[in-house]
Design a protein around this ligand. Structure first.
Ligand code: CO
Length: 208
């Protein structure tokens, strides 16, 4: 990929968009009013809007290695805060994906330098679900299940924040856990039962 190609692509994209709707950029420049906050992996194969068939202006996006929601990561916490309080999004999606390099790295006992503290958050998910994961002997299936459980735990991390709890109570904000299956291109809804999980964790994390 040549960098100069990107500017040509950009001009082609502008032409295409204006062809479809002459006021596309005029409308886009007015404001943003997305309904969805998408928290996904930085993996180059998992582009947020494209796999959902959505356009600029539709989704507020945060991406990092292995779609983590760490309470000491000022970046993701600011994104959640802004999306919920100011943009008033109706849905927060945490989207993982199979064949995730971050999750794979966390399954190895290898010193990864600066990545160690980040990957440790995924190892913590493994520890929480050790009983279930240790029963799976096929490494690929174990990886897939850890990807799913990691999405579930990151959804719970989203729910642990005060502004999210308030918006769930008062504005009907909904949280969704999804996985993108790279091999088929399909988005899978994990149908996480938040009512059950919420009741389990709220005893500890409830904030008024
Ligand atoms: Co990944």
């Amino acid at each position: 990929m040549k960098i100069q190609e990107i500017f040509k692509n950009n001009q082609n994209w502008i032409d295409r968009k204006l062809n479809e709707n002459a006021r596309f950029f005029e409308n886009l420049s007015k404001d943003q009013n997305p309904d969805i906050l998408y928290i996904g992996c930085s993996d180059s194969r998992v582009s947020a809007e494209e796999l959902m068939g959505l356009s600029p202006g539709d989704v507020f996006v945060h991406r990092n290695i292995a779609n983590m929601v760490s309470n000491i990561d000022l970046s993701v916490m600011s994104v959640i805060d802004y999306a919920v309080i100011y943009l008033k999004v109706k849905h927060i999606v945490v989207c993982g994906h199979y064949d995730c390099g971050g999750v794979k790295a966390a399954m190895k006992s290898e010193d990864m330098g600066i990545l160690n503290p980040w990957l440790r958050n995924i190892r913590d998910v493994y520890r929480l679900h050790k009983k279930e994961l240790n029963l799976i002997h096929d490494q690929n299936l174990k990886h897939k299940r850890l990807v799913e459980l990691n999405v579930q735990e990151q959804c719970l991390n989203v729910l642990k924040t005060a502004e999210v709890q308030k918006a769930v109570r008062e504005d009907g904000l909904r949280i969704h856990g999804w996985v993108f299956d790279i091999e088929s291109g399909k988005l899978l809804d994990l149908n996480i039962n938040f009512k059950k999980d919420l009741e389990n964790i709220m005893e500890i994390y409830h904030l008024d």
